[in-house]
Design a protein around this ligand. Structure first.
Ligand SMILES: *Cc1c(COP(=O)(O)O)cnc(C)c1O
Length: 428
């Protein structure tokens, strides 16, 4: 069956034909590609067409597909049994490996998805502070837990409204949504609600509105306000963790703001290396509020699954090798600069930003700083570019509010082919 036939068949038995909405190509139109297999920097669809993959399963595949060390670790784990529901040594090894690179955390708990990690961190923050209100930012995605599917209310005195049917107003009545990078809104929100705020959750580099960094003054003020008011600062590094660098985005902020650290952090994507695995962690005093030690309940049948931990551990050990991120970041910079050059040569305004193996580009003349800026970029041009590239065998994320990912498997030749395709797409 070809892509179109499979899509029709899928839509009969799976809502929208997909198991996660953005895969359906609704933003860009057209038929989703059904992937048969992947290898290195490439994915192959059921029609045998090859694509240079800049999605990397939305972030996890930082080593490229089918990395030999990862495959071997997974095969070995499978040979020992799929799931035990009892503790294993490998869970300790993975926890130790994560903690080794993230000094803000003393303990970590493993879960199976970023959504679960965010939901659990939220409960822990509320349990540890004894407070109910939470703050998030417009354009940040923290998975699909009810309390986090919220858009801004009509003002800072009011809390948010659900962005999904099935989420009662009462469930989001404690969620305040602020504009990303707005120091003024932060100040106002803490002045109005400070003593009630359990935590502020943020994507330090927002990858769910393409690629937008928190400015240093904004991050510094956020840290100050959380500390002054006794609220926990929660870094959602599900995307940026072990992707923008070994220590995640927090290492970048700590590098510029002495002593900087979030109180809780959540990870996913890369730490599972392509298997369902995520984590949340922080200081021992906060983490020990969790069951079985403390009153905050949290659990999971498949948490710390032996195959997933083998996959994650093998991945982290590869990317911790000296020079890995320097080489990855260099590749990413070359791709981004090349795309911008190709656009400029065609007289098209494009800007972009990148860090480690993550990048974003916008059809705009200035880098967006907040969600509204991202949504004001040229979406029609993005959609044309997306399809022109896909036709030429280059697979970018099928929506302009998604980041791009480069892997260690992308060769010079892949990058050159990508940039040739971009030049041809802009000319056509
Ligand atoms: C992907 C993502 C999540 C959700 O993770 P899932 O594993 O899809 O549940 C949460 N936060 C951020 C920043 C993400 O990019």
């Amino acid at each position: 069956m070809n892509n179109a036939e499979l899509f029709e068949r899928a839509r009969r038995v799976i809502p929208g034909g997909v198991n996660s909405p953005v895969r359906a190509f609704r933003a860009v139109g057209g038929t989703p590609r059904f992937i048969a297999r992947a290898e290195g920097a490439y994915m192959f669809d059921v029609e045998g067409k090859r694509y240079i993959d800049y999605i990397g399963s939305w972030g996890p595949m930082i080593l490229g597909h089918r990395h030999p060390a990862v495959e071997e670790a997974v095969h070995r784990a499978v040979d020992q049994g799929l799931s035990f529901g009892a503790p294993t040594e490998r869970e300790i090894e993975l926890a130790e490996e994560i903690l080794r690179h993230v000094p803000s955390m003393e303990q970590v708990r493993l879960v199976s998805s970023g959504t679960e990690a965010a939901m659990s961190a939220l409960r822990l923050a509320r349990g540890a502070t004894g407070r109910s209100s939470i703050v998030k930012f417009e354009g940040c995605y923290h998975g699909h837990a009810d309390a986090l599917l919220v858009k801004a209310g009509s003002g800072l005195a009011t809390f948010g409204h659900p962005t999904s049917a099935g989420v009662p107003e009462s469930v989001v009545q404690h969620t305040l949504v602020l504009e990303y990078n707005s120091v003024a809104q932060l100040d106002e929100a803490f002045a109005l609600h400070g003593p009630k705020i359990a935590c502020v959750m943020i994507e330090p580099i927002a990858g769910n509105m393409n690629f937008v960094r928190s400015s240093l003054p904004f991050m510094q003020r956020l840290r100050e306000l959380c500390s002054q008011h006794g609220a926990l600062l929660v870094f959602d590094e599900v995307m940026t963790g072990f992707r923008v660098g070994l220590g995640g985005a927090q290492a970048l902020y700590a590098g510029s703001l002495p002593g900087f650290a979030p109180d809780l952090s959540i990870f996913g994507k890369v730490i599972g290396g392509g298997m369902p695995l995520a984590a949340f962690g922080g200081k021992r005093s906060v983490m020990e509020q969790l069951a079985p030690l403390g009153p905050v309940y949290q659990a999971g049948t498949l948490s710390g699954n032996p195959v997933a931990t083998a996959c994650g551990l093998a991945t982290l050990r590869e990317i911790a090798k000296p020079g890995f991120f320097d080489a990855l970041a260099e590749r990413t910079r070359v791709i981004l600069a090349g795309l911008i050059d190709a656009a400029e040569a065609a007289g098209i305004a494009m800007v972009g930003d990148c860090e480690g193996g993550m990048f974003g580009f916008f059809f705009a003349s200035e880098l967006p700083r907040r969600y509204g800026d991202v949504m004001a970029t040229d979406s029609a041009r993005f959609n044309r570019f997306f399809h022109a590239m896909l036709d030429r065998g280059v697979y970018f994320a099928p929506a302009l509010y998604e980041a791009g990912f480069v892997s260690a498997a992308h060769t010079r030749a892949d990058i050159a082919a990508t940039l040739d395709a971009a030049a041809a797409s802009f000319a056509g």
